[in-house]
Design a protein around this ligand. Structure first.
Ligand SMILES: Cc1ncc(COP(=O)(O)O)c(C=O)c1O
Length: 347
């Protein structure tokens, strides 16, 4: 029996949606990561019960950290993106988290820059607060180890394993690949990105629709292990929307937009390597996306009519869907370690 709801929410489902094609479905993905990170900080004496944990979030990490703080008796201060909706804001308030939200903006890059600046300002006012740095501190990898073990156990050892997931902080896909590779050598990692993100060098391609919440970034993140990725897909908002709608129609799985993007990429990869088991990550449920995605289901292009254009360099990237063999390359200059180190500075 679980001792706290966070443990139940953190445990994902593994659903075989087709032969050799599996969904790793979370209700809210980062709960398992935040729980393990906070437990690690308490165990190592980096924080004590009652301390305040601070971070910035575009949505699901805010909820995850608030649950972990509730579980372990910590205070929680969140600098939330403009994408944090009323349901989440209300839930966080009742849970006892202090939430500051950025002003309404269609420009998610500006929103991210404002959040980073505000975190630094709060740290100057409250040096005793502990900044979780979900985008940079690899304590956020720890919670995924048990999940990687389960994925490896339940998918069997035959034919190779391909993991597909959206890359935001990079912790979930990076950790799942790292821990699965420790158990079996035949793991391929496919990262999924929106256009306009610096992480894998698509900052020069603007998507006229919004960036996909939770994945991609306008600043470098140290938690992205670029060398762990074999392949990267970039999907437009419309392509991700087609994926989300198809996933609900075809497999009755109601999940968010990053999942729709991951599912579309995973379907393509699986069709081209059917002997391998392909596992795609569903990070959240579809509730937050009812108005922006699911209510527009009539506009969704049939997924089988869409395919990525394979490119050999980020210079060739173009809407609506591109794919590139990343082949374990290092970070592009704008997302590299020097830039990441600069954004890591506490003041
Ligand atoms: C909806 C959603 N999908 C995917 C991700 C990517 O996860 P990660 O930060 O582990 O790369 C996030 C991260 O915020 C998210 O909110």
């Amino acid at each position: 029996m679980d001792e706290h709801i966070a443990e139940a929410i953190g445990r994902p489902d593994l659903i075989r949606v087709a032969d050799g094609f599996v969904c790793l479905r979370f209700e809210t993905m980062k709960v398992v990561s935040a729980l393990a990170a906070v437990r690690h900080l308490l165990d190592t004496g980096a924080v004590r019960r009652g301390d305040t944990l601070l971070d910035s979030s575009s949505g699901i990490y805010a909820y995850a950290l608030a649950l972990a703080c509730h579980r372990y008796g910590m205070r929680c201060h969140i600098v939330g993106s403009t994408t944090v909706d009323r349901t989440l804001r209300t839930q966080l308030a009742v849970l006892g988290a202090h939430v500051e939200q950025m002003p309404p903006s269609d420009d998610l890059k500006l929103d991210q820059k404002r959040r980073v600046a505000r975190v630094h300002e709060i740290l100057r006012e409250h040096p005793e607060y502990f900044w979780m740095r979900q985008y940079h501190d690899d304590i956020h990898y720890l919670g995924y180890e048990a999940i990687a073990d389960r994925v490896c156990e339940e998918t069997g050892a035959d034919g190779g394993l391909t993991l597909v997931g959206g890359v935001g902080s990079g912790a979930s896909t990076g950790a799942l690949a790292r821990y699965c590779r420790a158990r079996r050598p035949d793991v391929r990692l496919v990262g999924v990105q929106p256009f306009g993100s610096v992480t894998f060098g698509s900052e020069h391609v603007a998507d006229p629709e919004i960036i996909i919440a939770g994945i991609g970034s306008s600043i470098p993140f140290a938690n992205v292990s670029h060398k762990a990725y074999d392949t990267v897909h970039w999907l437009s908002f419309d392509t991700a929307l087609a994926g989300s709608v198809d996933l609900l129609r075809r497999h009755a799985l109601f999940a968010g937009l990053s999942t729709g993007a991951g599912y579309a990429a995973a379907r393509w990869e699986h069709a081209h390597a059917p002997g391998r088991t392909t596992v795609f990550v569903a990070a959240d449920t579809g509730h937050r996306y009812v108005d922006t995605v699911f209510a527009r289901h009539a506009e969704a292009a049939p997924l089988e009519s869409l395919a990525p254009r394979t490119v050999t360099s980020p210079d060739e990237l173009a809407l609506p869907w591109a794919r590139m063999e990343w082949s374990g390359a290092a970070a592009p200059a704008a997302a590299g370690t020097e830039s990441a180190r600069a954004s890591l500075q506490r003041t």
